[in-house]
Design a protein around this ligand. Structure first.
Ligand code: IMP
Ligand code: MG
Length: 217
């Protein structure tokens, strides 16, 4: 299956779950038809181990700490996927820093080539004149981050950079690069370390490849 189709399904599944009144209603006949079957993460191939992730996050934290020496920075995490990466990255950064979070809806992203991205939650505190780093889980087509970058630049920060845990350069639809990348990966759908498939697996501590044809289906 084309993994973009999977990503679209993932979004569709989550909104269907929300409309149906929460995850408990997945046991209804309608939900059991539409929610993808659970695949145990232990059966999935590990792409990056917890040790490999921790080493890269630490290195990027040190790089940021050197580059922003004597400054204060604002880390803006993109919910929900970046929450775990941000919490580790912040603890690897030794310069003064604060957090903020934004949330975007990727509804229609896979079908509308213009890339309809909508802001669901804005920043809580002003960033004018501040050194800002947007923290994301994956830079894929680039639609989300180019939208967010444009939005954040309107607030006139002193500087704006992007940190992403993963980068899938092959998938890019708009020209955008991250300043800090833990790993560049091939075009595979991954889960864990904050990343989901149909909202599952965010708590898986390593990064694993979601099988295209789950065993037994
Ligand atoms: P894009 O760069 O606008 O295409 O969107 C990036 C977003 O798509 C990420 O923040 C993820 O939420 C999601 N995404 C892209 N690839 C994957 C994947 O392999 N696993 C889980 N989520 C993904
Ligand atoms: Mg996501």
């Amino acid at each position: 299956m084309d993994y973009m189709a999977e990503a679209t399904q993932s979004d569709a599944f989550s909104s269907e779950i929300r409309r149906a009144g929460g995850p408990q209603s997945r046991y209804s006949t309608r939900m059991s038809l539409s929610v993808p079957p659970y695949v145990a993460p232990e059966t999935m191939e590990v792409l990056y181990s917890t040790k490999q992730i921790a080493d890269r996050v630490k290195a990027i934290g040190q790089q940021i700490s050197e580059e922003y020496k004597g400054e204060s920075i604002v880390l803006i995490g993109v919910l929900k996927g970046a929450a775990i990466f941000l919490s580790d990255l912040a603890r690897a950064i030794s310069v003064d820093n604060t957090f903020d979070f934004v949330a975007v809806s990727s509804y229609g992203r896979a079908r509308v080539s213009s890339g309809a991205v909508k802001l669901i939650k804005d920043i809580d505190n002003p960033i004018e004149g501040k050194h800002v780093i947007i923290v994301e889980d994956i830079l894929d087509t680039g639609l989300t981050l180019s939208y967010l970058r444009g939005l954040m630049l309107q607030h006139k920060p002193a500087s704006l950079k992007i940190a992403t845990c993963l980068d899938k350069p092959e998938r890019r639809l708009v020209p955008i690069e991250a300043d800090y990348v833990c790993f560049k990966i091939p075009n595979r759908f991954v889960i864990g370390y904050g990343m989901d498939f149909a909202e599952r697996y965010r708590g898986v501590p390593d990064i694993r490849i979601m099988p295209e044809n789950p065993p037994g289906h």
